[in-house]
Write a protein that binds this ligand. Structure first.
Ligand SMILES: Nc1nc2c(ncn2[C@@H]2O[C@H](COP(=O)(O)OP(=O)(O)OP(=O)(O)O)[C@@H](O)[C@H]2O)c(=O)[nH]1
Ligand SMILES: [Mg+2]
Length: 682
């Protein structure tokens, strides 16, 4: 049969960690004959998990992309990592996809981990279906499971298949819409059989429920049901297709990725129900013309010996090898995607996902529309998650410093959920990311792809210090008369504390020109220089210096002398102004399962934090936001504790709030010892 759809559709495979996404991808590609043999995650031979870290950890850490054909229609499947440390990959992939399959395990305790997926897919209005995986070895009650999942899904769940059992084994499924059942044949198409007697009434009950749900979105169907007019299977299929495409319902299918069962049914459902790419063009608000090429980059990779690879979706028009987009973007190497393999191609059509090689001028998120002159740089890719976990790193070989900066630029271009901070106070380079594995990946990339070896350092924290008392009439004389031109400057200053956030004020109260006007800015400069490191070892802030008197020498006074006098005057006074440590506090908004909230209270207290308030967050059933104030120096590692207290489900965002003095002397000393740059090890 000639396919009615001649463009290409994109399906993302998403869901919690270890639910079987990569295995499902493998099963799908096998059925689509894209791979001759099905690999296994455990054997490190799947198509989408091909990076060394993926093999070592047995988990995905970046999108695995493959084009494939099923029954004459073109698809691209993108297997997304489930770990929250790689959520940026998931966000970027779903944005450009036409449909998502959420893969879940039929385990009650894991339902809460579905909430982020429901949240983002609904927020971005992306059609999605649920695939209940691992039905080969897990015993569950489908009705109970669906009831529980429904509590968390804002869209009604529409079950398409009911598992058939023999003892405690699932041997196939009864179709809820069609009057038939299928028995599983490992790695083969299923056999069509009659619906077993004992499932008949349950199946009818489910069918009625499906009709009720569909009728809620269609008055004509509602009328038919009320008048007891029979509904044909074809009619139901059409409703399903329409309601999936408009993200009104969530279809639910079952199977086993490992055994290759339920995959053909899943593919048939996708083939029938997945909306065409134009729907995604509309959803993303893109202004395109059908015959003019419009390309969006959604992923960038830097591959050793191959250089920059931009993975793009062609939203409209056509491309061919050698074309030039927007007058100067020449397409020399187009390739189709098959995991790590690049297969050279000569052309692409609307909806396709392809790779473009070595085009330096384009970046992730860019929208290239052949009718425009400029690349649209601010096309709205999802905002990456805030980097929340940091390590201080430095090169093992000093001469690699420049290479380190360049390589980090590339790494950030491939993943915008990293952030590089060069702390001007501590002189350290901090790499921020989403967690331990995320940062380890960056370090490995530096070593393996860029030949830059780095080591971790203890993080030195940039506290501030201020003063609590004033000193008046402090006189400092700077005098030097050994050979050559002499130096002389005398200044008399008052020093006093200022309110928080006022930084520094310098007041000139010199009368009668005892210090000439030209020298006064040098005194101020000297004070500022001294403030870079106060008596406790940190930058000084919130102080006022008033210059009240002074003296010059006819021959030996000059700007430099007054500069030095300024430095000395402040250095001598600060010691006597009761210096005190100032520490930044951040507002931290934890987003965690409600059942774990007490653990988070305890965590906040243990970090010297203050709990502020709890709120619900719309679309996050079963989760809560807890707002707290937490010392800045506790943020670097916080996510490790949050994850371990919430079975990996909690996260947080943070923002600097205010500086607070550390009144407790013992605490102040221990913070200085722990975070000052003089200490080399923790
Ligand atoms: N019994 C059984 N095990 C399965 C099935 N599908 C996957 N697994 C196993 O579950 C584990 C995780 O599978 P993956 O495919 O790596 O899961 P994933 O969702 O890609 O994991 P992440 O990439 O870490 O998010 C592996 O040990 C698989 O062999 C299944 O249908 N049945
Ligand atoms: Mg995976």
């Amino acid at each position: 049969m000639k396919s009615p759809i001649n463009s290409s559709r994109c399906i993302t495979i998403v869901g919690p960690s270890q639910s079987g996404k990569t295995s499902l991808m493998e099963g799908i590609l096998h059925v689509c004959k894209q791979i001759p043999n099905k690999g296994k995650v455990a054997d490190n031979n799947t198509l989408s998990d091909h990076l060394p870290e993926e093999h070592e950890l047995k988990m995905s850490i970046s999108m695995g992309i493959s084009n494939a054909q099923y029954m004459d229609e073109d698809f691209t499947f993108i297997d997304c990592p489930g770990s929250s440390e790689f959520i940026n990959e998931f966000l970027q992939a779903i944005k450009i996809s036409d449909l998502s399959i959420i893969v879940i395990e039929p385990i009650k305790e894991k339902i809460l981990s579905l909430v982020p997926y429901f949240y983002y897919l609904n927020k971005m209005n992306i059609p999605h279906i649920l695939f209940i995986n691992k039905v080969d070895n897990l015993n569950f009650d489908i009705k109970e499971l669906l009831g529980l999942i429904q509590e968390y899904s804002p869209r009604p769940l529409v079950i398409r298949q009911i598992p058939m059992r023999e003892g405690d084994k699932i041997i196939g499924v009864a179709d809820v819409i069609h009057e038939r059942a299928y028995t599983y044949e490992k790695e083969k198409p299923s056999q069509t059989v009659k619906i077993p007697e004992n499932l008949s009434s349950t199946r009818n009950e489910f069918r009625e429920k499906v009709l009720e749900i569909l009728a809620d979105f269609d008055d004509a169907l509602m009328e038919k049901i009320l008048e007891d007019v029979p509904t044909s299977t074809e009619e139901i299929y059409e409703h399903l297709k329409k309601d999936i495409a408009s993200n009104k319902i969530v279809e639910v299918l079952t199977g086993s990725a490992e055994n290759g069962t339920g995959i053909r049914r899943l593919l048939k459902t996708i083939r029938h129900d997945c909306p065409v790419h134009e729907k995604s063009v509309e959803r993303n608000g893109l202004k395109i013309k059908n015959d003019i090429a419009c390309v969006q980059v959604f992923k960038t990779n830097f591959i050793p010996h191959r250089g920059k690879q931009s993975i793009v979706r062609l939203w409209s028009g056509k491309l061919k090898e050698g074309d030039t987009l927007q007058d100067n973007i020449r397409l020399q190497n187009l390739f189709s995607l098959k995991g790590k393999e690049f297969v050279k191609i000569s052309k692409a059509k609307a909806g396709d996902i392809i790779g473009l090689s070595r085009i330096e001028s384009i970046k992730t998120g860019d929208l290239i529309f052949d009718e425009n002159k400029d690349i649209n740089k601010d096309s709205d890719l999802p905002i990456p998650p805030q980097p929340i976990y940091a390590k201080a790193i430095s090169t093992i070989k000093r001469e690699d410093d420049v290479k380190l900066s360049e390589s980090l630029k590339d790494i950030i271009e491939t993943d915008s959920s990293y952030f590089i901070e060069r702390n001007t106070v501590t002189q350290q380079l901090l790499i921020w990311g989403q967690g331990e594995i995320h940062l380890r990946i960056a370090k490995n990339k530096l070593k393996n792809n860029y030949n830059v070896e780095t080591k971790e350092e203890k993080i030195n924290f940039a506290f501030n210090e201020t003063i609590q008392a004033s000193v008046s009439n402090h006189t400092t004389t700077h005098k030097k008369q050994s050979g050559g031109a002499g130096q002389y400057a005398r200044v008399v200053v008052d020093v006093k504390p200022l309110p928080r956030g006022k930084f520094f004020k310098f007041e000139d109260k010199i009368v009668g020109g005892v210090i000439p006007k030209t020298y006064i800015p040098s005194v101020e400069k000297g004070c500022k220089e001294c403030m870079q490191k106060g008596p406790l070892g940190f930058p000084v802030t919130d102080i006022q210096v008033t210059l009240i008197d002074g003296k010059t020498h006819d021959v030996d006074s000059n700007s430099n002398s007054f500069h030095i006098a300024g430095v000395k005057a402040l250095r001598e006074t600060l010691e006597n102004c009761k210096p005190i440590l100032l520490e930044p506090f951040h507002i931290v908004k934890f987003l965690v399962p409600s059942k774990d909230i007490n653990n988070i209270y305890t965590l906040v207290t243990s970090k010297r934090g203050l709990i502020k308030e709890n709120q619900q967050k719309e679309g996050w059933t079963g989760y809560e936001i807890l707002e707290a104030e937490i010392p800045g120096c506790e943020i670097f590692n916080l996510i490790i504790d949050v994850k371990s207290l919430t079975e990996g489900l909690g996260s947080f965002e943070h923002e600097f709030e205010r500086m607070k003095t550390v009144q407790n002397k013992e605490l102040s000393n221990s913070l200085i010892t722990k975070f000052s740059s003089n200490e080399k090890t923790e």
